[in-house]
Every structure is written in structure tokens, then in C-alpha cells.
Design a protein around this ligand. Structure first.
Ligand code: PMP
Length: 361
């Protein structure tokens, strides 16, 4: 038997062992059909059944209202950076964007290729350690939409609140926070999330879009990127990433078995609280983010002396605590503690951090 390590990767991230085992058991012969999911036609009754159930389970988990479409798309969250303006930003229109870090900046840059972008607020003035309150935002009355990044995966900065944008559709990159706790989907025009954190393996991006926002794509929008085409074709205008979709479905089932998002939210609340409390009380580790704006899923931290980074990571690896190195653009450490990273993993990390501090603090 192999022993699975504790994996703190930001993405592709840890998947629940129970899901991997189920996929393994079904790999050669899916439910007695004599073939694997990878080998099925996406138009077969079997796969359409898998796809439909996955969508329904996601709808149940997030209580998605019936006037929203759920799309299982490709190209990752990065492709959504282009797909959103191509669908929602009229030729001479303007979109408001909120800059809270590296991922929002990427979204802003890409949208700028398609139209006017107003950066209505930026966390830059706070060194990206604090989210500017909405009273500081300069939203445009005529914006086609407002885009923000509820959780900045690299910076570890997360909104604990949903912006108020009146009739202007709110668009959110939920890649690294979706399914971490309950969410009021009705507050949003469009939500998107790359799968490889809380949804499943990479190769899939889920977009949840209010129906009235479909059918607005620019004439230059590629057919493959038109949300309406995807919606009208059940996300099967072309061959979808069937294996990733199936695995996402297994994750949604698993989340329901855990008690849904209320239960996950309670666990995730405890996990992050433990980690931040420990960091704040320690003399060796620090996290710079304003307390109200700290991410639940991605927790960056630094050691007092950079020279300790290498031995810290080596010791972690030796104990089966993997992928704690921070993003190359910011350095330091980062513990990503998505749904599949359980409390035992966080406890093991804390025990190691305490031991390392005793030795080197
Ligand atoms: N947005 C956020 C918040 C992310 O964390 C990531 C990936 N880490 C992306 C966008 C880009 O996702 P993808 O690699 O699926 O394009």
C-alpha cells in the first residue's frame, strides 16, 4: 500500500482519497459497462447521465437558482479572462475591474485587449495586504459588469463580503474559493472557477451564468467561446474533457456525503483559524494580510530568516508535507488547504512548524 502524503499544493491540488479510490475501482469497467469513462462517447446515455448528475449535484451544493446555466468548459480560468469580455463587453463598452493581486491583474490585462477597462479600486495602495472597502471604489455607472477575484490564490487575500453593484452584473473568479463554504449565487451575474482546486482535476473550468447574460457575444467571439453556444449544447458543442467532468462529479458526490457546504464551511473555518492563530502567536512565522481579508484556502507565510526556507522545506518533504513552497513571484511559503486537505493534514503541518520553530526560532 502506498502512503499518501499531505499535499498543500495550490493547484492542481489534493483530491479526496475516497474519490480517487472510487475512480480507481471504476477505471477499467465503469458500472459493469465493460469500458472506462475515458472510452465512452460523450453523447452516450452513460456519459450524458454522468454529466447531468454532476451538474445537478453542483446545483444542489450551491443552491444554484434555476435561471442560471452551469457550463463545463475548457481552457482554464485563464481563458475566461478573455471569454468574459468577448461575451459581456460591448464593442464600445466599459467594464469595471477590482485589482487585489496577481490573478485580478491578469484578468484586467486580458480584458484590456477587448475594450475599455476601468480599475475601480486597487489593493496596491495597501501593498496588497488589505482589500479596499467598497466606499473607496470608483465604479462606473455605465459599466457592462464589475469583475473581481474573491480569493487571490497567490497573495492569500480574500473577500469576506460580496460587493454591491446594483443592476450591474457582478462577475467573480472563484477558482480558489468555490465550494469552500455556502455561497449566495443569486448575487452574481457570472461565477467561474478553474477546476484544479476544489472541483477536480485540471482541464475543466466551471462557469455559472445568469441566463439573461447569454446571447450577447461579440461578432468576433469564436463559436467555442460563446456562452450561449455552450449553454444551448449542454457544454458539448465539441468533445468535452469527459474524464475531468466525471471526476468533478465524484467530488460533488463526496461533498454531499460530507454534509454539503455548511459542513465544509465549518471544517474550513476551523482549519484556517488554527493555522493563522499559530502563525500570529509564533516568533518565527508571519502572515502580512489584514485579519479580515485573510484567505481560508491559501495561507502564505514567511520565516523570519529566508535562509531557513530551504531547511524548512526539506524537513517538510521528509515528513510527507508536500508543496509548501510559496509562488515563485512572492517567495516564502504557502499552505493551500482546500476541501480535500483535512484537519489531520493541518495538525501535522502545525506540529512540524512548532518543532521547526523550537529548533530554529
Ligand atoms: N484565477 C485564479 C484565482 C487562480 O488561482 C488561477 C490558477 N491558480 C487562475 C485564475 C488560472 O487558472 P488556470 O490555470 O485554470 O487558467
Amino acid at each position: 500500500m502506498s502512503k499518501r502524503a499531505y499535499n498543500f499544493c495550490a493547484g492542481p491540488a489534493a483530491l479526496p482519497e475516497a474519490v480517487l479510490k472510487k475512480a480507481q475501482a471504476e477505471l477499467l469497467d465503469w458500472q459493469g459497462k465493460g469500458l472506462s469513462v475515458m472510452e465512452m462517447s460523450h453523447r452516450s446515455d452513460e456519459f450524458v447521465g454522468i454529466a447531468t448528475k454532476a451538474e445537478q449535484d453542483l446545483r444542489d451544493l450551491l443552491s444554484i437558482p434555476s435561471d442560471y446555466k452551469v457550463l463545463f468548459l475548457q481552457g482554464g480560468a485563464s481563458q475566461q479572462f478573455a471569454q468574459i469580455p468577448l461575451n459581456l463587453l460591448p464593442e464600445n463598452g466599459k467594464a469595471d475591474y477590482i485589482d487585489t493581486g496577481i490573478w485580478s491583474k491578469k484578468a484586467i490585462e486580458e480584458a484590456g485587449r477587448y475594450g475599455r477597462v476601468n480599475v475601480a479600486a486597487s489593493a496596491k495602495a495597501y501593498d496588497y495586504f488589505t482589500i479596499p472597502g467598497q466606499n473607496e471604489w470608483k465604479l462606473s455607472a455605465d459599466a457592462a459588469y464589475v469583475h473581481y477575484t474573491p480569493n487571490e490564490t497567490i497573495g492569500g487575500l480574500e473577500f469576506g463580503w460580496i460587493p454591491e453593484t446594483g443592476d450591474v452584473p457582478l462577475v467573480a473568479d472563484m477558482s480558489s474559493t468555490i465550494l469552500s463554504r455556502p455561497l449566495d449565487v443569486s448575487r452574481f451575474g457570472l461565477i467561474y472557477a478553474g477546476a484544479q482546486k476544489n472541483i477536480g482535476p485540471s482541464g475543466l473550468v466551471v462557469t455559472i451564468v445568469r441566463e439573461d447574460l447569454l446571447g450577447r457575444a461579440r461578432s468576433i467571439c469564436p463559436t467555442m467561446l460563446d456562452y450561449k453556444v455552450a449553454a444551448d449544447n449542454g457544454s458539448m458543442y465539441n468533445t468535452p474533457p469527459t474524464l475531468a467532468w466525471y471526476l468533478a462529479g465524484l467530488i460533488f458526490e463526496w461533498l454531499k456525503e460530507q454534509g454539503g457546504l455548511e459542513a465544509m464551511g465549518a471544517i474550513n473555518q476551523r482549519k484556517q483559524q488554527k493555522l493563522y492563530d499559530f502563525i500570529d502567536a509564533s516568533g518565527l512565522y508571519t502572515n502580512p494580510i489584514a485579519k479580515n481579508d485573510r484567505s481560508w484556502m491559501n495561507i502564505p507565510f514567511r520565516l523570519a530568516d529566508e535562509k531557513l526556507d530551504k531547511p524548512f522545506l526539506a524537513g517538510a518533504d521528509a515528513r510527507g508535507l508536500l508543496n509548501l513552497k510559496g509562488h515563485r513571484s512572492v517567495g516564502g511559503m504557502r499552505a493551500s488547504i482546500y476541501n480535500a486537505v483535512d484537519e489531520a493534514a493541518v495538525d501535522a503541518l502545525l506540529a512540524y512548524m512548532a518543532e521547526f520553530e523550537k529548533e530554529h526560532g
